[in-house]
Design a protein around this ligand. Sequence first.
Ligand code: GUN
Ligand code: FE
Length: 455
Amino acid sequence: MKQEELQFAVRGTLIHAPAAGDIEVLENALIAVDDRGQIAAVTSPGQPDHGKLEQTVRDACKLEELSPKEYLLPGLVDTHVHAPQWPQLGKALDRPLDEWLQKYTFPLEARYADLDFAQRVYESLVSTLIANGTTTAMYYATIHLEASKRLAEICLQKGQRALVGKIAMDNPGQCPDYYRDASTQQGLDDTEIFIEYVRGLPGNSNGLVLPVVTPRFIPGCTDEMLQGLGEITKRADCHVQTHCSEGDWEHAFVLDRYGKTDTLSLDGFGLLTPQTILAHCNFVNDADMGVIKETKTGIAHCPLSNLYFSNAVFPVRKALDKGLQVGLGTDIAAGANPGILHNCQMAVTVSRAREDGVNPELEPSERGASGARIDFREAFWMATAGGGEALGLKVGKFAEGYAFDAMVVGTDVADTNLIIWEEMDTSDDVLQKVIYNAERQNIKRVWVQGKQVKG
Ligand code: GUN
Ligand code: FE
């Protein structure tokens, strides 16, 4: 690479998951970042271009050396977050989804008519997610146009890659009078205004923050709303996010209304595209999975949230085996932890619980779903490159042309649960230990698009 295009380079141990189930560890590697924040080269000692790159970096005096107690990992991708639910994190976990929405969540979300409140909450949320290593987040905001704009602005100011949607919900049968789009047309108009606004934000010419068409879920929307949002999606060539076959109540509601599943219904409205993320998908059948694959739609697997609100756990093993694009989501605040590393751990844990089952009163052969497990390698792929693929973004792995979205995880911090025993731990062990025991203080530095946003 040309010296004048080099922004900086990092030398140290790189760990990433370039494909599902596949961990690559590069020791003493060099990763060069260009002036647009893209990865220009990744080389290891002994490779043909390594010496030349090392010389270029030295000549430019732009080398950052990691210590032996530090590891460079890709930044984490959270494919499903409800930003306004941040004050509810860790509480209100006692009711089923339909009651939880009416009793706790809609009253909280209605408060974002107040921009000062929105500012306070969104600043706190985005800072916390960055501190936990989340370099890309796909956010639901609320029905409010101004507060949704504010969330997009805050992500841009803080330098987090973000996909943000103003929620559309206009169905009077499911949405209370105090929290519903003023009319179907108003919801559609505000969605279009929001898309234009985000794309035109000063400082956003590289599309760090992207707008998302966001029907909350089928029950919350009228047919006219879903139809209109499908048309906007096509016209504006925009990302889409919604909930899909999440729990018993919601899944049955859609079957009753349309005589077909969420997946087929959303496809009928033109809402399944390579830029769509469907949250949950717990009750999708084989035909649904076929349509999800054909349309190159992504899935946000939210394992912690599943245990509380879904009456079931997403069959992630089957989805990965079919080659579907699956990322991980916190689903804050139905998921009561803000960390994607924690959700990696939960993805493995719930898949193990699914495989063995948990009811000791049943015979072992009746208790679980055999062959349901995934391991930490697959979970970490979903948390990084898999999430990137699901979103259609070149993030989540260390490869030329990908964005330099990365984090340094260190064991050399005070108060650490992450302890590596050099004579006993392999490099795969290091990654597994990071997933199980790293906490936000171990995440020492974070970059998004080559710009340092933590540390
Ligand atoms: N379905 C509709 N709205 C929501 C929400 O806010 N959280 C979850 N988990 N599911 C939903
Ligand atoms: Fe959700």
